[in-house]
Design a protein around this ligand. Structure first.
Ligand SMILES: Nc1ncnc2c1ncn2[C@@H]1O[C@H](COP(=O)(O)OP(=O)(O)OP(=O)(O)O)[C@@H](O)[C@H]1O
Ligand SMILES: [Mg+2]
Length: 501
């Protein structure tokens, strides 16, 4: 058993955890739930030796422990898969897994063959069909997450902490992870599971602990609590997310995409996007559903001008043909993209909240085209902090210090500031808690009501149902179906996502 007693953790003035106590049981999946910024990741970092300065005690199978570093905790048997992936992009999968614990041959040299071999076995276990020599930078976020999981499995730890392990992987990979979790449970390991996907929690977790504003609110067995009750404990209020039932007909074409192809970089003969055509109307919210690898991200990236060399097809905005060969041209045509990977493409982690939001509109904030008007910049930022309920100590706080969900809100804010005509959102609420999700849905709908056309890529069916007026289902690069939301059931979407017709 792993027990934390009265843990208090402060960051220069901000109290992230206040007297938190927690009991984690072996052979069980222990869920930690709470809104963005509640303190979940911070608590896990205390348990896994990342944060060494804190008040309170940790007992590991009855023995009081205090780890001096993450390595220290790892040696004691506590492994963590971080929410913000921690891999080194320039190194290979094998090099990342063995970083700091390289295998050495009897000759005293690095045993690359053995490390490759072990990596291969681990990759098989997480079902990632990749060579151990693949460089991390070449992997999608979801695949990186699988590498993180493989890395944690390698240490054969007693405690495996998973901080939002499924935020970027889809159905098949999730099933796969669940099988791994079952195995760990059967081996009597302590599994800690953090997720904003309640469905997963009710499927997999045995126990829950709710954190709110850095304090323990409740804990118990999953079988004794219902979904609504759990949400209410997390949010401190009732939250309802309903299906979009608008029967408005949108008929003013805004974005016309015709015969778009995107060649596969690795296999010249095949296409990642295969003859995709669709029309997005003014005020319409179009859901783009599909399984991992279906080509959704690639399609909107192509529209945004990210793959000029490998793509073909035509794109018109408000009836005017556009040659979009760069993101700058896309933005000039009023098309904006909120990317899937906020850490790489969406945020400057070493800058404060304010510059991250105002970066897209600096020109508009200038006085007479010369100086940045600080007051307007600050008002703009305050507006979005309020509107999106961004939890930050100040406008100056560095983005890397915010919780995962709050970082995502900043990425959304910065594109909203730019007043897009067409907004392409790739998994916009990944890692965002239910309460904030309902706020963001409201915001996206309000934006659409002003005439903006929105495409939302999502792997979460409830999200598509809550947001979209119409849904396109992609399968193997093709748009396999288009249906009004009234006809879009979970079963219908899945059928088209899996089988071609
Ligand atoms: N290194 C840091 N410096 C300053 N403040 C921090 C730091 N790390 C976390 N915080 C603050 O501590 C609080 C708790 O953050 P934490 O990341 O633990 O939240 P979380 O529950 O994991 O949220 P999410 O669901 O968004 O991942 C937040 O207010 C956050 O801004
Ligand atoms: Mg977190």
């Amino acid at each position: 058993m792993l027990v934390a007693k009265n843990i208090t953790k402060k960051f220069s003035g901000v109290i992230a955890l206040h007297n938190v106590s927690l009991e984690l049981y072996p052979g069980e999946v222990n869920a930690i739930v709470g809104e963005n910024g509640a303190g979940k990741s911070t608590l896990m970092k205390v348990l896994s030796g990342v944060h060494t300065q804190y008040d309170g005690d940790i007992f590991f199978y009855g023995e009081k422990v205090r780890f001096g570093s993450a390595k220290d905790a790892e040696r004691a048997g506590i492994a963590i898969i971080h929410q913000e992936l921690n891999l080194v992009p320039q190194l290979t999968i094998a090099e990342n897994i063995f970083l700091g614990r390289e295998l050495v041959s009897t000759w005293g040299t690095l045993d690359k063959t053995q490390m490759r071999h072990q990596t291969k076995k681990l990759l098989q276990r997480v079902n990632l069909e990749m060579s151990p020599d693949t460089v991390i930078a070449a992997l999608k976020v979801g695949q990186q997450q699988l590498v993180e999981i493989a890395k944690a499995l390698y240490t054969n730890a007693e405690v495996i902490i998973m901080d939002e392990p499924t935020s970027a992987i889809t159905d098949k990979e999730v099933d796969n992870l669940f099988t791994i979790i079952d195995e760990l449970k059967a081996e009597g390991k302590i599994v800690v599971y953090i997720s904003h996907k309640l469905k997963e929690l009710f499927l997999k977790a045995d126990r829950y602990t709710v954190l709110r504003d850095g304090a323990t609110i409740a804990s118990g067995k999953m079988k004794d609590i219902g979904q609504e009750e759990l949400i209410e404990k997390m949010a401190g209020r009732k939250v309802v997310i309903e299906k979009n039932v608008s029967d408005v007909i949108y008929n003013d074409p805004l974005l016309e995409v015709k015969n778009v192809y995107l060649k596969n970089k690795e296999n010249a003969g095949s296409h990642l996007v295969n003859n995709a055509s669709f029309t997005l109307h003014k005020g319409e919210i179009l859901g783009l559903y599909g399984l991992m690898g279906a080509g959704r991200t690639e399609l909107i990236e192509t529209i945004f001008g990210l793959h000029p060399k490998r793509s073909s097809g035509s794109i018109a905005v408000e009836g005017e043909q556009k040659k979009i060969r760069t993101p700058a041209r896309a933005i000039a045509s009023g098309i904006m993209l909120v990317p899937e990977d906020r850490k790489l493409q969406g945020l400057c982690l070493d800058l404060g909240v304010r510059p991250n939001i105002s970066i897209t509109v600096l020109k508009q904030l200038e006085d007479g085209g010369l100086f940045l008007n600080r007051k307007r910049e600050s008002d703009l930022t305050t507006g979005y902090i309020k509107q999106l309920n961004i939890k930050t100590a100040s406008q100056e706080t560095l983005s890397k210090k915010l919780s995962g969900g709050n970082q995502q809100k900043i990425v959304i804010a910065k594109w909203l500031a730019k007043n897009p005509k067409v907004l392409l959102l790739d998994e916009p609420t990944r890692g965002i808690d239910v309460g904030a999700k309902s706020e963001i849905y409201k915001l996206i709908k309000e934006l659409a009501a002003t005439g903006v056309g929105i495409v939302v890529v999502s792997s979460e069916i409830p999200e598509i149902l809550a947001l979209a007026n119409r849904v396109l289902v992609m399968c193997e690069g093709e748009i396999a179906a288009s249906m009004p939301i009234a006809e879009a059931s979970e079963a219908a979407m899945l059928t088209h996502a899996i089988h071609k017709n």
